[in-house]
Design a protein around this ligand. Sequence first.
Ligand code: MRU
Length: 350
Amino acid sequence: MIDTIKWIDGAGTAKAMILDQTRLPHDISYIECTDYRQVVDCIKYLAIRGAPAIGIAAAMGIALAADAISAADAMEFSAKLRPAIDALLNSRPTAVNIQWAAERIERLIENNKTMPISALKEMIAKEGVLILNEDIEINKAIGRYGAEFIKDGDTVLTHCNAGALATGGYGTATAPIRMAIEQGKRISVIADETRPILQGARLTAWELMQDNIPVTLIPDNAAGELMRRGEIDLCIVGTDRTVRNGDVANKIGTYSVAVLAKENNIPFYVAAPLSSIDFTLSSGSEIPIEERPSHEVTNVFGRCEIAPKGVAVRNIAFDVTPAKYITLILTEKGAFKPEAIHTLDPKGNK
Ligand code: MRU
């Protein structure tokens, strides 16, 4: 599978290479980032997107910022790093992974504050690569737990792209599918196209076809009819932020899929690495939901205007699916009922 993001090491010459997902499926090209501000732009303009992938990009962005700092001690170093961390935190609000990655690096600095600055810089760069590599292993663990719920011959509906491209590799929602196929089960996927910017059509369909996984693309509004006809056995989606009561924020349209699944007695699973779970929020109503520019709705990928000039637009990028619609949340620690997800809180708050 193609790399979503790569780190090229070197004191003073380090780079993060970001696959430009705005150009997929037509072109495979990388954006070379030598400055954290370029990483911020890549996240804002969706060259890299998907919750775990933007967490990894943020860690690498912090490493690039760190590399450019001169400081006498860790306190000065942390203070000089702050603007970069804040810019990354403000780049996209809904996925908690950027905050998760930033906090991980802040803890690393705090725990090593007596080290020379050059050693701190090296540690931060290594942490970015570690987050990337760990992410792939986490997704495989999600896959092992999730594959149990997929039977030979099943058709799985997914929404948006929570695949390899949205992560360090292997994907979250696609992990149980990939694992079930590795176990010899015959599985096919229905991919919602995912308006307005078509991550399902451009990214999910593409990455599954690259790996010879049978995939059929549908307009978002066809999902209900396919469910009613009995052509979908289960749904698996990813998440940008899951909270203590099991409510899940994910790409706009996920809530509709979940309600339709419940109406049609179809299990609805959410693949959620711990890095996407926000144990500080108690309900989905507290999740910040990103609203994006109107041109994403009125233009098809900047190429063709499809609406009258000046029309009013709402472009809500994510929605919240209440826990009651979710069968199980699949994590790297196992499968959990949504109401039990808070028991995974690493701080032990129950
Ligand atoms: O706006 P995007 O493309 O970043 O939205 C991505 C999604 O909603 C994914 O489903 C989510 O980030 C989970 S990725 C494993």
